[in-house]
Ligand binder design. Structure first.
Ligand code: ACM
Ligand code: ZN
Length: 337
């Protein structure tokens, strides 16, 4: 009966912050945000990630996992073995009850249900999951995950909402076509196949569109060069791309200024590219960016010195990324998990 799962402290990479993270929003506070954004022409789409990235839920209700063991609130970023047990009806009932609460807050047509980074380790050991897989006649864990995702997709459809899922969910060929895939990383082939067969997708290729990475890794010129021509995509398939999204995860961004610098001006480049308006030479685009920067004075723009980098800078960026964010212990933990 833990009411709120609040992180007691955080490790933003090597920065340790010894205070509870963030806060809990009430439903009416969340509605206020949704209404405020609507006034500005922005639609807020929620994400309730499942069956992985559910440590907070499992910490509150441990019986939803395969082992039923206590789960600790995580204090740093990562991929964790604690996932929902998909064989238990209690899991479906709890998740849909939570979705019902979300639906009261968010009127959006779309609803993100995650589906990324869900290790199968516990499902492999769980007698109930093994029994369920046999009963369903599914052989891969990707298909087993989709049996659950499809139930949730169907549940949302019954409420006149469309589900969005990360591209990992497209690995199982049985994914419900009514879902929208969000392509973010690794082999695009399953997403391309989904698009070519009439499914819809949002593109967020992470080496262009993830603004939580710094400018060494993802400079402005890199973002500007984004194109939607995924290998093997047909003209018909291309029409099924419904949009782009640049993401800004904040595990390592602890203040608003840094957040804004990571967003501006890269958001201008991704907007141009998403609308196919990135044919203009980069140098001329930079003039437009400077003009916009002079108008958008409410925001902290990243220093111009950082905007443009040669491709090799990515190597430096990645080394810096690992050095700044991961302690030796963390790397060890991830390698030998
Ligand atoms: C993701 O960034 N894990 C979808
Ligand atoms: Zn299980």
């Amino acid at each position: 009966n833990k009411i709120a799962a609040v992180r007691p402290y955080s490790d933003f990479g090597k920065t340790h912050i010894e205070k509870p993270y963030g806060r809990v929003y009430t439903k009416s506070e969340m509605k206020e945000i949704v209404d405020y954004c609507a006034e500005k022409g922005i639609e807020v789409i929620p994400e309730f990630d499942m069956p992985g990235h559910t440590s907070a839920l499992l910490s509150a209700i441990p019986s939803l996992s395969c082992t039923g063991k206590d789960v600790k609130i995580k204090t740093h970023q990562g991929i964790f073995k604690d996932v929902l047990c998909l064989a238990k009806e209690e899991t479906f009932e709890t998740v849909t009850a939570i979705i019902d609460e979300f639906l009261e807050i968010f009127p959006s047509e779309y609803f993100h249900i995650g589906g990324d980074e869900a290790p199968a380790a516990h499902w492999k050991e769980c007698p109930e999951c093994q029994k369920k897989m046999k009963a369903l006649g599914v052989e891969t864990y990707a298909e087993y995950q989709n049996f659950f995702m499809n139930r949730i997709i169907g549940y949302l459809e019954s409420k006149n909402r469309h589900a969005i899922v990360w591209n990992e969910a497209a690995k199982g060929e049985n994914l419900d076509k009514r879902a929208v895939i969000q392509y973010w990383k690794e082999n695009p082939a399953p997403s391309v196949k989904f698009l070519n067969n009439g499914g819809k997708a949002i593109l967020s290729p992470f080496s262009y569109c993830y603004f939580d990475y710094d400018y060494h890794t993802t400079p402005l010129n890199r973002v500007y060069s984004l194109d939607a021509n995924l290998k093997g995509l047909t003209e018909e398939g291309k029409k099924n791309i419904i949009g782009f999204e640049a993401t800004v995860w904040t595990e390592y961004i602890s203040d608003t200024k840094r957040f804004e610098e990571f967003v501006f001006p890269r958001i201008i480049a991704v907007s141009k590219a998403a609308h196919g308006e990135n044919n203009k030479p980069y140098k001329e685009f930079l003039d437009d960016v400077r003009t916009l920067r002079n108008k958008l004075t409410d925001y902290a723009f990243c220093d111009e010195k950082m905007w443009t980098k040669p491709r090799i800078s990515t190597v430096y960026g990645w080394l810096k990324f690992v050095k700044d964010r991961y302690s030796a212990n963390y790397i060890k933990e991830q390698l030998f998990k």
